[in-house]
Design a protein around this ligand. Sequence first.
Ligand code: NAD
Length: 338
Amino acid sequence: MIRVGINGYGTIGKRVADAVRDQPDMEVVGVAKTRPNFEAEQAVERGYDLYAAIEDRAHQFAESGLETAGLVDELVAQSDVVVDATPSGVGAENRALYEEYDTPALYQGGEDAEVADVSFNARANFDAARDADHVRVVSCNTTGLSRLITPLKEQFGVEKVRATLVRRGGDPTQSDRGPINDIVPDPITVPSHHGPDVNTVIPDVDIDTLGLKVPATLMHMHSVNVTLAEDVDAEAVRDALRGEPRLWLIDDSLGIETTADAKEYAMDRGRPRGDVWENAVWTESVNTEGRDLYLFEAIHQESDVVPENVDAIRAVTDADTTAEESVRTTNQAMGVDL
Ligand code: NAD
């Protein structure tokens, strides 16, 4: 069994913990939190050993009636690999801790690419993370674009990608984020930094991106134009994308027309936390004009990176499992099935 520690138990960390727990070849050693709150209470409720991330505040857990198993150092020492899911920038500060115990670590997309030896997406570059000690699982948007571009590149050839990212202002619990009544070019300079971030996992693709922020919390929306190497029939692209394990080609008959519909569908299916782990691609939107492919896809920012973290754990610790085997195992265990 691969023993996994989770440092940072927020939006991403708690989802990764549950996904790891569900894997046949992994176990959760414990989760580290800075302070007691409802998420800490839920971690204990779910049976995870709780570790204090900050020594000076460790006493707060006992005062709140929550038993801890020790300090984060002990969690790192016992783990075969640590998933760092702390806020942007904190992961880089934690790197020294993981090095001290010689424990491989995964970081999240909010960190600079330089924090790690390799940036990771299971579909694009699984093998690049083999045996790496420090791996960055790229952001929600970069994950979504990488899952889409890689099969297009393999099957049709890609000359140029242009994508406009209409980004949610904040996650549902981020009450201090916005805008609440505006449409904000973000960043205002174009092209945006998202394209170069895709190049950290797919170095040889020509991609320009633009970013906006809107008053929404549910999902991001990508408006994508890909110039392919040759004229391609839209149905051939749809068929190719349908065969991809983490692309959900939304069946027109479902009447899913908005991100809210997609989220509602995930909740109706009993998905944990209403998560949509796949890129939600509107099949009707997949169209071609000569070599130019157009489509809309929605990305659930809170959850699409979760199966990628699970695969990154295997890439780092399990030399025998191929990318395809890992993705299949992860998907089966989590119920990624759309
Ligand atoms: P979050 O704020 O929901 O969770 C972070 C958790 O880490 C919180 O519980 C916080 O208390 C805890 N924490 C803070 N300092 C810590 C420390 N020193 N040690 C241990 N824990 C600490 O943040 P998140 O949304 O889960 O984001 C985590 C990372 O994932 C960031 O790099 C972010 O950019 C990336 N990411 C976030 C999203 C998203 O939409 N939420 C999507 C993809 C990637």
